[in-house]
Write a protein that binds this ligand. Structure first.
Ligand SMILES: NC(=O)c1ccc[n+]([C@@H]2O[C@H](COP(=O)([O-])OP(=O)(O)OC[C@H]3O[C@@H](n4cnc5c(N)ncnc54)[C@H](O)[C@@H]3O)[C@@H](O)[C@H]2O)c1
Length: 360
């Protein structure tokens, strides 16, 4: 790590990571702000094809030009299609990498990045699955791990939004660039949470549909039902026609339930995070009394970006092992996304027909 930067005439502590951000759109800027709040990063350059004359750091348009600034770390926040190239190049050049989700467009992309990671064992590669570290989710996880709520039976997840402006033109809805629609873009967070709570799922059924944007070659709704080897069942509905923005995760255990309603986001449109916890009481015959009393905790500040950046810094600067956003977790969730696409025979037949472009 650079101890001083003669170009900027700044003194660096041993823990200051010179950082280049590739992809300086919405997420690149969110990450920049989080790194500034952390204090252990010095963002020395940002790269984007669209140059912002008011950017607070030097900007370049060619991703390879960031290496002239001698970064320790590359933050990758480009559209999904570019992620594997950016990540593999950075690792091959000896840089630690923090990359946005999804980890590319498919599991093949993840495997390619894992190969580059294996060839650079002293470098850190972390993917930004920030939902794992939302306060309400972390509390739910702790409660379940404590064991008092008993075995997990099933999970239900709804995550949806109203498509968004320029839906048809947005890179997110171009399968060449994104790898899929709402499921790989947003639903992937819910699937990642399912796997955090229950491990890998090995049986999957699904319906994948286009309801509103019938001319756009990616799904705007995906419904899936999955089961793991312990018999834990999860269902997800990932939707771009959820006109009322919604995040809801329910976990039902032997002794009660936990739900998380709302998720704090940059737009604020999914509401605050409300964690509800209910413990069953039993009637004299030993059966649970319906509608148990519950307690609510409301979280109002999104600390997820800060926690992710702090974990990444600790991994790079102190060698701490990563808990969230490992490449294995990335592979597991991408395989689940693929399994959901494949399990709907009509959808996968349409995909085979012509990478979805000519679905009639
Ligand atoms: N963790 C989360 O909750 C979360 C939320 C939103 C987006 N994301 C992910 O972050 C990534 C970026 O999404 P976003 O919302 O910031 O999108 P965005 O469109 O706002 O930003 C992407 C940026 O990449 C730039 N870009 C495109 N091609 C480039 C190239 N060849 N060289 C340099 N820059 C290039 C674009 O000009 C744009 O500014 C995506 O992978 C997305 O899935 C994660």
């Amino acid at each position: 790590m650079a101890q001083s930067d003669p170009r900027l005439n700044k003194e660096y502590s041993a823990m200051t990571l010179r950082t280049a951000i590739i992809g300086y759109g919405k997420m690149g800027r969110i990450r920049h702000n989080a790194m500034e709040r952390h204090g252990g990063f010095d963002v020395v350059v940002a790269c984007d094809t669209a140059v912002d004359p008011n950017a607070r750091v030097p900007m370049v348009t060619d991703p390879m030009a960031v290496y002239d600034y001698d970064p320790d770390v590359i933050v990758c926040s480009v559209p999904n299609m570019m992620i594997p190239d950016v990540v593999c190049t950075a690792l091959a050049r000896g840089k630690h990498v923090f990359s946005e989700k999804p980890p590319g467009r498919n599991s093949q992309d993840v495997r390619r990045m894992m190969k580059a990671e294996a060839a650079a064992p002293n470098l850190v590669l972390k993917f930004g699955f920030n939902h794992r570290v939302h306060d309400a989710i972390e509390e739910a996880h702790k409660l379940i791990q404590a064991g008092t709520m008993g075995d997990l039976y099933f999970m239900r997840g709804v995550y949806g939004k109203a498509g968004g402006p320029n839906y048809a033109q947005n890179w997110r809805n171009d399968p060449e660039q994104s790898g899929g629609g709402i499921l790989i873009d947003q639903g992937i967070h819910m699937l990642d949470l399912f796997q955090m709570f229950a491990g890998r799922f090995n049986k999957v059924q699904s319906f994948v549909q286009r309801n509103f944007w019938t001319d756009v070659p990616v799904e705007d709704n995906a419904f899936a039902l999955m089961k793991n080897e312990d018999g834990i069942v999860a269902s997800v509905h990932s939707s771009a026609t959820q006109w009322q923005h919604t995040f809801r995760l329910e976990l039902y255990m032997r002794n009660g339930f936990i739900s998380v309603d709302g998720i704090l986001s940059a737009s604020g449109s999914y509401g605050t995070e409300v964690l509800t916890v209910a413990l069953n009481r039993l009637d004299p015959t030993g059966n649970p009394i319906p509608n148990p009393e519950s307690q609510e905790i409301r979280f109002t500040e999104d600390h997820s970006w800060d926690k992710e950046i702090a974990e990444f810094h600790a991994a790079v600067a102190e060698g701490q092992p990563l808990k969230c956003g490992t490449s294995q977790q990335a592979l597991d969730v991408m395989e689940l996304v693929e399994a959901i696409y494949a399990a709907d025979e009509d959808w996968s037949a349409a995909l085979r027909k012509d990478t979805l472009k000519v679905i009639g």
